[in-house]
Ligand binder design. Structure first.
Ligand SMILES: O=P(O)(O)OC[C@H]1O[C@H](O)[C@H](O)[C@@H](O)[C@@H]1O
Length: 320
């Protein structure tokens, strides 16, 4: 059966031995087997019981990526109090529907809407719809962010949230006339993709254009300009490259090539902590050798959607 739904996990499979497993918690994909190999890294110490974000697979960072922003920007006051990478990776998503169930491809949709506990930390109406599709050589993850408006079919849900939000907000934050949501829904988004590799010190990422601006977190956040060439992971790497646009990034691991394609996600983070992994409680011993993170995102500032607007962002992983 191509779509197998369990109480906390859904598995998609195709006759050609492509298999993917998603955990409802964080809507995190924890396994993708294609071309006879596991393509995603999942730490053997990852918590899979909903007690913390999953260390491995493809967690979703939303509405922030990285440490929270400063509260100096009045539209980001609530964002500034969120945990690292936002809250989407720590919520139990709803398995909404099977979008496609055919021999050539299977696809399911998860959704996340404001709950009372989310509203208490992030009082904005929103609707997230996450469609994951498995075909023989590709895995597609599509995140659709909606700022509901009175005009669309989410009217009722939006109004409920809006009322709850309005009554929950202190006047000091809202002022007597304006509410935070009046300034729109603001967010960053990133797919925190852990790609399994044979040995991180020998793999390389190709396709980063020379001249790209990047921030090097290993060098304390210094702003750099990429000289071009291959990015290697033979030492600790933690960089955010901005403005790659639609360029594909290819991970080369010996004879194996995996392409990371993205749409509306113009930035990419590259991360492997090398020996620093020993300090990560839920990282398995030696785990840093077994993965590199290539993380497409929209993280150059916070994107804004006004009521009634939406944005569809996509990552496609393809084995060659
Ligand atoms: O430990 P986490 O919160 O999951 O973050 C893991 C990593 O995520 C991103 O790749 C950041 O660029 C890194 O600085 C961070 O260490």
């Amino acid at each position: 059966m191509p779509v197998e739904k369990g109480s906390s996990i859904v598995k998609l499979s195709l006759p050609s031995v492509s298999l993917g497993s998603w955990i409802y918690y964080g809507a995190t994909l924890t396994s993708w087997i294609a071309g006879g190999k596991e393509r995603l890294f999942l730490s053997s110490k990852a918590a899979l019981d909903g007690s913390k974000a999953i260390r491995g697979g493809i967690p979703i960072c939303w509405p922030n990526f990285g440490p929270p922003p400063s509260a100096d920007d009045e539209t980001l006051v609530y964002h500034s109090k969120l945990a690292q990478h936002g809250f989407a990776r720590n919520q139990t998503w709803t398995l909404d529907s099977v979008v496609m169930d055919r021999p050539e491809g299977v696809s399911v949709r998860f959704t996340l809407d404001p709950t009372p506990s989310i509203i208490s930390i992030f009082p904005y109406p929103f609707h997230l719809s996450y469609v994951v599709t498995l075909t023989k050589h590709e895995l597609s993850t599509d995140l659709h962010v909606v700022n509901p408006s009175a005009k669309d079919s989410l009217l009722a849900a939006a109004q409920t949230v809006s009322d709850a939000v309005t009554s929950a907000l202190p006047t000091a934050v809202t002022g007597s006339e304006s509410k935070p949501q009046d300034k729109g829904l603001r967010f960053q988004t990133l797919f925190h993709t852990y790609l399994a590799v044979s040995d991180s010190s020998t793999v390389k990422a190709q396709g980063l254009r020379s001249g790209l601006n990047y921030v090097d977190k290993i060098k304390g956040g210094s702003k750099e300009v990429w000289e071009g060439g291959d990015l290697k992971f033979d030492q600790a790497v933690d960089r955010v490259y901005y403005g790659k646009g639609k360029d594909d990034i290819v991970l080369v691991d010996g004879q194996d090539k995996l392409t990371v394609h993205s749409v509306e996600m113009p930035d990419i983070t590259t991360w492997n902590p090398a020996e620093g992994a020993a300090k990560i409680a839920d990282m398995e011993e030696g785990g840093e050798k077994r993965y590199v993170c290539l993380e497409p995102g929209r993280v150059d500032g916070h994107h804004t959607l006004q009521p009634g607007q939406e944005l569809l962002m996509q990552q496609v992983l393809r084995i060659e």
